[in-house]
Design a protein around this ligand. Structure first.
Ligand code: ATP
Ligand code: MG
Length: 330
């Protein structure tokens, strides 16, 4: 069975974009019986976070949420990136075969600059650390959201360069995996939903603030009696991503946007669409929401899960890093 690896940055609370782009794939691949490595990208978060107390809390929260969503520590090695120091060692070896032009091209770096983030070297070179995350335990498949596809290409590029420049075959080339009908989920402002952009919807929010958050999604000014375009509406796109493109609930919602006969004074407005999305989130995430409180109360169990996961990831990474050291002459 091919090995699967992916991670999420503890740069804030998990959101519906992370679920649709990444976590849902983790659950599918785990169910298919793959050997799984899923980590919390603690070093990556340092490219944008400056609050140690919040970082510590976010790391624990992401682990709890992974478990609440249904990741099973007996099937999936769940670990925190900085518990596997072999990864940073490998990142150095890879950075020495990485032309700066490759980093200049990374769109996620350019996006964050455009949003006003400071251009620290960590942010600039984070695709190299990400390549090390993937190559250290020899992952074959990397399930990600669409915004990350370019980084997996960079990983393949670096693995290939390392092999060819040191005349070795230490690395095999991993492939990205996208969810069926994958798209970059918009946030409440219509931009990419991102932990660090403050525009997310957190499926674990209490009902009242969750409803308020969904009601605050930006829409155009079309009234209940006007035909609306589901394709350009963030409410519809989020609904479709969660329920599925061909799900009857999605088709019914699209019909309401488009059907002029429903557009009288008692017609269908964005408020109705938002209410449908709110109800969908509550029903789809009912089980994870219920599981989460118990997990939060059992920090000893979380420690145990992380120790077990790090042990497995370190053992796999050590073998690769030793081979890479030998290949370069160390
Ligand atoms: P940050 O703002 O700190 O970059 P993020 O919300 O983009 O955080 P990441 O930790 O960078 O989250 O990404 C974790 C996973 O979630 C990746 O596989 C990424 O592709 C996916 N993902 C993130 N945002 C979205 C989105 N809006 N739509 C679909 N997938 C997403
Ligand atoms: Mg991101």
């Amino acid at each position: 069975m091919p090995r699967v690896l992916s991670g999420i940055q503890p740069s804030g609370q998990l959101h519906l974009g992370n679920y649709c782009g990444a976590i849902r794939q983790f659950l599918d691949l785990q169910a298919q019986g793959h050997e799984m490595f899923v980590f919390v990208a603690s070093y990556h978060a340092l490219t944008s976070t400056r609050d140690p107390v919040a970082l510590r809390a976010n790391i624990r929260q992401i682990v709890v949420d992974y478990l609440a969503f249904g990741l099973d520590p007996d099937k999936t090695a769940i670990y925190v990136q900085h518990d596997v120091p072999e990864v940073t060692e490998l990142a150095w070896l890879l950075s020495c075969v990485c032309p700066t032009s490759l980093m200049d091209k990374a769109v996620s770096y350019k996006d964050k600059l455009a949003k006003g983030f400071t251009a620290n070297i960590g942010l600039y070179t984070y695709p190299i650390l990400q390549a090390a995350d993937i190559l250290a335990p020899r992952a074959d498949i990397v399930p990600v959201g669409k915004d990350q596809v370019q980084h997996i290409e960079i990983t393949r590029d670096l693995a290939g360069r390392f092999n060819s420049e040191f005349s070795t075959d230490v690395f095999s080339l991993p492939a990205h995996r996208l969810a069926p009908d994958a798209e970059v989920l918009p946030g409440i402002d219509g931009e990419k939903m991102s932990k660090s952009y403050g525009n997310t919807i957190d499926p674990f929010m209490d009902e009242k603030p969750l409803r308020k958050r969904i009601m605050s999604i930006k829409t155009d000014s079309r009234q209940v009696n006007e035909v609306k375009d589901p394709e350009t509406c963030a409410v519809f796109r989020i609904f479709r991503a969660i329920a599925g493109t061909r799900d009857p609930r999605t088709l019914e919602l699209a019909a309401k946007y488009l059907d002029p006969s429903r557009q009288g004074p008692d017609g269908f407005g964005y408020g109705h669409a938002k209410q449908s999305l709110f109800e969908l989130v509550l029903s789809v995430f009912a089980e994870p929401r219920a599981r989460r409180a118990g997990l939060m109360a059992d920090q000893g169990y979380i420690d145990q899960v992380l120790a077990q996961g790090a042990g497995k990831a370190r053992a796999a990474a050590r073998i690769t890093v030793d081979q890479a050291r030998r290949a370069v002459g160390l």
